[in-house]
Design a protein around this ligand. Structure first.
Ligand SMILES: [Zn+2]
Length: 158
């Protein structure tokens, strides 16, 4: 059920300031309803974690993070932690868009928990798409790598 306008309470009109006439409610435009509810978009802080095993000297080891829960994901930061050195290419799997033209060394493109890498231009990964990561192991040993994509789940206005 539609919520009623806070000003006219569904009456669609209010008295003029001098109380001598009626005017169309300026808050709801005469609909009598609170249309702000229709535009309501809620956001929830969320982190997508991604854990990878990266065999020694492995090139292009793939990892895919599913964007779930029927909500778009707006990414603010990405952080990384690993037991050895690697480079990686991160892509928006839904749009098939890579965020670099070549693999980026973990110390260059990705922050850590102390110094998160801020995405100055926040990126929205669409619901039911994915974040795709391609790892290149650089240390010569088997390693584990963890990404954290920190942001908000968003419910688009209907
Ligand atoms: Zn109204």
């Amino acid at each position: 059920m539609q919520k009623l306008c806070d000003l006219c309470h569904g009456g669609k009109a209010i008295a003029t300031p001098d109380n001598k006439a009626w005017q169309k409610c300026p808050l709801c435009g005469g609909s009598g309803e609170d249309s702000a509810l229709d535009q309501y978009t809620y956001v929830i802080p969320f982190v997508y974690g991604a854990n990878a095993y990266i065999p020694a000297n492995q090139q292009n080891a793939p990892l895919s993070v599913q964007i779930g829960m029927g909500l778009d994901f707006e990414c603010y930061f990405w952080n990384v932690q690993a037991s050895g050195v690697f480079s990686a290419t991160v892509s928006d799997g839904g749009r098939q868009y890579a965020f670099s033209n070549a693999p980026v060394h973990q110390n260059c493109g990705f922050g850590d928990a102390q110094n998160p890498a801020l995405m100055v231009l926040r990126h929205i990964f669409r619901k039911n798409s994915s974040i795709a990561i391609s790892f290149n192991e650089l240390s010569g040993a088997n390693n584990y790598g963890q990404f954290a994509f920190i942001g908000k789940n968003r419910k688009p206005a209907a």
